[in-house]
Design a protein around this ligand. Structure first.
Ligand SMILES: [Zn+2]
Length: 459
């Protein structure tokens, strides 16, 4: 009897282990089946480069960005500049740009089915195409304006989350990809990264948006204070400098002047805890998403900083780093009263797994309270109305709120130029961020990129 009990117990254990294994396999199959199929050693995929049976990729107006022709070749937009402008969004025949649609949404494009795998009968195939939210003309215009500089431009609808313009430089023609080897790897450094979502850059003065938000929240008399600038301000024996002499300014004027001396003092008044708290609420050090693709995190850390470094961090230097898509989201949150709409690139992308909550999916992000976002909006509106417009900057005739940035990145290099903000227009509610690496001054270099794309979107 004892032996029977022992054997029964053993069989029970074995059964439980077996059942647990089946459950684990089923879960992995359900959640990761597509990844297994896409492995390079899957002969069904690699024999045709994986794309011979892929559907079309079209822009928001139906312009064909990629399709497979009768000879099973993958071909891209007919215009070379448009192909280059959309390389990082669409991808090429390789899997090198891992965030591109052809890599990330290969299952949808190739009609991979959980039941049929890749072998779905032709009679059942629907010729799956993916419609993107981007406007190819706007991407092309931004790409051309970026010229030979490394950089990125993103514009998204802050009410719906649709990404309308996304381009990243440097780029290449997806129909004629370069052979990258030891001799030319420097020339193509970082070319497989989509700078809009996978890169960060020193923010410089656009970070004053964060410092200003923290000041509004934590310094009760910030609007009554006066800041004196004589071109430099000394902290711990080392100088914070401005390009010019700004004299006496209130908080609003200091923001519009982008006065480093004033914002260094403001950063110190806010203090490291509150500045860190505000930066993190605004999305720094935080995982954010576009569709189900994680953006590289923007960085803010003053845990080891002295007062001088804390001051520099408040004007977007020190170790601060910003991701362009995140900056557009941050501006979108200011436009809408505090909540950044989750950005997306794929129209109607709502997969079965996303609905079950198994697959990660972008969610709207609460960044600011309504009062603070309204105050920051006024600062950015005044900067645009009294300074940027006065210098001839025009965004397709729309009213806008903005901040420029010129980020120092080293002694021998031209600074990074930034332009971020949003339009105030019911028919065109667009948040934007453009960065031009070593592009010089924000207003001339980066703003012209946004302006070029905006004209394409509006007209
Ligand atoms: Zn100043």
């Amino acid at each position: 009897m004892k032996r029977i009990m022992q054997r029964s117990f053993l069989i029970l254990i074995v059964s439980l282990v077996f059942f647990g294994g089946i459950c684990f396999l089923a879960f992995r199959l359900l959640t990761q089946n597509s990844m297994w199929v896409q492995q390079p050693y899957n002969g069904h995929m690699s024999s045709s480069n994986g794309l011979a049976q892929a559907g079309d990729i079209v822009d928001r107006d139906g312009a064909v960005l990629a399709h497979t022709d009768a000879s099973k070749n993958r071909v891209y937009h007919e215009d070379l500049t448009t192909r280059e402008a959309l390389l990082h969004v669409v991808g090429d025949n390789s899997l090198n740009i891992s965030t591109a649609v052809q890599s990330s949404y290969r299952n949808e494009l190739t009609n991979y089915s959980f039941i049929w795998g890749l072998g779905m009968p032709n009679s059942l195939k629907s010729g799956k195409s993916l419609a993107l939210t981007v406007d190819a003309g706007a991407c092309r215009a931004a790409y051309e304006a970026l010229g030979s500089h490394k950089g990125a431009c993103v514009i998204y609808n802050y009410k719906t989350g649709e990404v309308l313009c996304s381009t990243s430089t440097l780029s290449y023609d997806p129909e004629n990809p370069p052979e990258i080897n030891e001799d030319n790897e420097e020339q193509y450094d970082g070319v497989y990264l989509d700078n809009t979502i996978s890169s960060t850059f020193t923010p410089g003065s656009i970070f004053k948006i964060v410092t200003a938000a923290a000041a509004i929240k934590y310094i009760p008399d910030i609007y009554e204070q006066s800041f004196y600038c004589e071109g430099e301000y000394e902290i711990e024996g080392s100088k914070i400098t401005c390009e010019e002499y700004h004299g006496y300014q209130n908080f609003d004027e200091a923001f519009s002047h982008s006065c480093n001396c004033a914002f260094a003092q403001i950063a110190l008044q806010v203090g490291r805890e509150n500045l860190t708290k505000t930066a993190e609420e605004l999305g720094f050090n935080k995982e954010l998403f576009m569709d189900d693709i994680a953006l590289v995190k923007s960085h803010y850390d003053v845990s080891q900083a002295g007062d001088n470094e804390l001051a520099w961090s408040g004007i977007g230097q020190y170790t601060d780093l910003s991701n362009p898509m995140h900056m557009a989201m941050l501006c979108g949150s200011i436009a809408t009263g505090g909540t950044a709409k989750a950005p997306y690139l794929i129209q109607d992308h709502d997969s079965f797994l996303a609905q079950l909550g198994i697959e990660k999916k972008a969610a709207d992000v609460q960044m600011l309270d309504a009062n603070t976002s309204e105050q920051v909006k006024v600062l950015m509106r005044n900067a645009a109305n009294y300074y940027y417009n006065a210098r001839g900057l025009d965004l397709a005739g729309l009213n806008f709120c903005a901040k420029t940035g010129t980020a120092e990145i080293g002694e021998d290099k031209e600074p990074n130029a930034w332009f971020v903000g949003f339009t105030e227009d019911d028919a065109h509610p667009y948040a934007f961020a453009a960065v031009v690496a070593e592009g010089g001054y924000g207003i001339s270099a980066a703003a012209s990129v946004v302006s070029a794309a905006m004209y394409e979107l509006v007209y």
